[in-house]
Design a protein around this ligand. Structure first.
Ligand code: M6R
Length: 367
């Protein structure tokens, strides 16, 4: 069932052109200029009148939620908060019947997420689910929702479920923005055309970076620490890149917003510190350039993820991974792919069991 791949994780990474496409299928109708999502449409008044949206999740799904916040606030102009389910449930949060809660969960069985939802539901919030596993416990207690349709994810490290979650969140943000008038038609049309082009771009990234990333991975098999940096939409992508590396290779890694570096982590940088920087052209590029200068001044080893044809960041980098350009808001979907491969190959070269990392379970059904 691994279809010739050595691990489920690698198979699932390579499935992403298809899984992202499947997530959009029947929903994104580019020619008609329409996003069809029954779960949203049937409750459009709840969303339209929402005081705020609270996104609740754990782990990778929480990282997707952070990107969802950027998307929904930018395009639909509805205030969004993102919370770890485990924190939300125990802090007597303020929730009213004017709130919409979006739960994100691949498995639909995560105990903390489930408990947080029950609490929000008791207090009258409208509950929307973004789950991958059909008919899972979370999917069943929500008032409405959208399945990600990424197909079964077996590897403990989430890959294709994450990019599918980002796809759904993009669709929701654009649909709400279009409906409430915050997103003009021309911009909407150009964004949906960009979104439609993502599966092909993932395919291109997989073929153009696969070998390169394997070679990079070989040089970092003995690393003991990693920093991952990004700004804006790619700050959560940095968190996710670091989580992937931690959980399967057991190398300590931290994700950080690039500008926060100077408030602490910069003290860690020397010639032994590998730093992955996500620096696409669209999205605070000039700011990232100065962050890279700060790192190079301290001799950090820079692995950059940049757009094809990039010069400024590339020239300062020790390793360069090129990805195609897209709208800033979709760039984490593409940038995450080589980071998944990097974590995967470092783990494989260290002899780790990537599909079943120590101490981890695919779904965390205890709190
Ligand atoms: O099934 P869920 O999306 O609710 O799971 C949440 C986390 O347990 C999960 O994302 C975990 O962090 C993964 N192992 C990350 O790769």
């Amino acid at each position: 069932e691994k279809s010739g791949y050595e691990h489920f994780m690698l198979k699932e990474i390579f499935e992403q052109p298809k899984s992202v496409h499947d997530t959009m299928r029947g929903r994104l109708l580019v020619d008609e200029g329409v996003i069809k999502m029954a779960g949203i449409w049937d409750h459009i008044e709840r969303f339209k009148n929402a005081n705020r949206i609270i996104i609740i999740a754990c782990g990778t799904s929480w990282h997707a939620g952070l990107i969802g916040e950027y998307l929904i606030e930018e395009y639909a102009r509805i205030p969004v908060e993102v919370e770890y389910a485990s924190e939300f449930r125990y802090r007597n949060p303020i929730i009213t019947d004017k709130d919409v809660v979006i739960a994100i969960s691949q498995s639909g069985e995560t105990a903390d997420t489930m408990a947080a939802l029950k609490l929000a539901k008791e207090r009258g919030a409208f509950i929307y689910g973004i789950c991958n596993v059909v008919d899972s416990s979370i999917a069943r207690i929500t008032d409405a929702g959208s399945y990600t349709h990424a197909g079964p994810e077996i590897g403990v490290a989430s890959t294709k479920a994450f990019t599918a979650q980002l796809t759904i969140l993009s669709l929701i943000a654009l649909k709400l923005g279009k409906h409430n008038g915050n997103l003009g038609n021309a911009e909407f049309m150009s964004l949906i055309a960009e979104l439609d082009a993502i599966p092909k771009k993932i395919e291109d990234v997989l073929s153009s970076t696969h070998e390169l990333v394997q070679n990079i991975a070989k040089d970092f098999v003995n690393a003991t620490n990693f920093l991952y940096l990004g700004r804006g939409y790619n700050y959560p992508a940095a968190l996710e890149g670091a989580l992937k590396l931690k959980e399967i290779s057991y190398i300590h890694a931290e994700g950080y917003p690039a500008a926060e570096m100077k408030h602490g982590p910069i003290a860690l940088i020397d010639e032994n510190m590998p730093i992955v920087i996500i620096a696409p052209k669209k999205g605070h590029y000039d700011k990232i350039v100065s962050n890279v200068q700060e790192i190079k001044a301290r001799k950090g080893k820079v692995i950059s993820v940049v757009n094809i044809g990039d010069t400024q960041v590339s020239e300062m980098s020790d390793y360069v991974i090129e990805i195609p350009e897209t709208s800033e808001c979709f760039s984490p979907i593409i940038a995450s792919v080589p980071l998944q491969l990097l974590a995967y190959y470092i783990a494989v070269y260290r002899g780790a069991n990537v599909d079943q990392p120590r101490n981890l379970a695919k779904s965390v059904t205890v709190e």
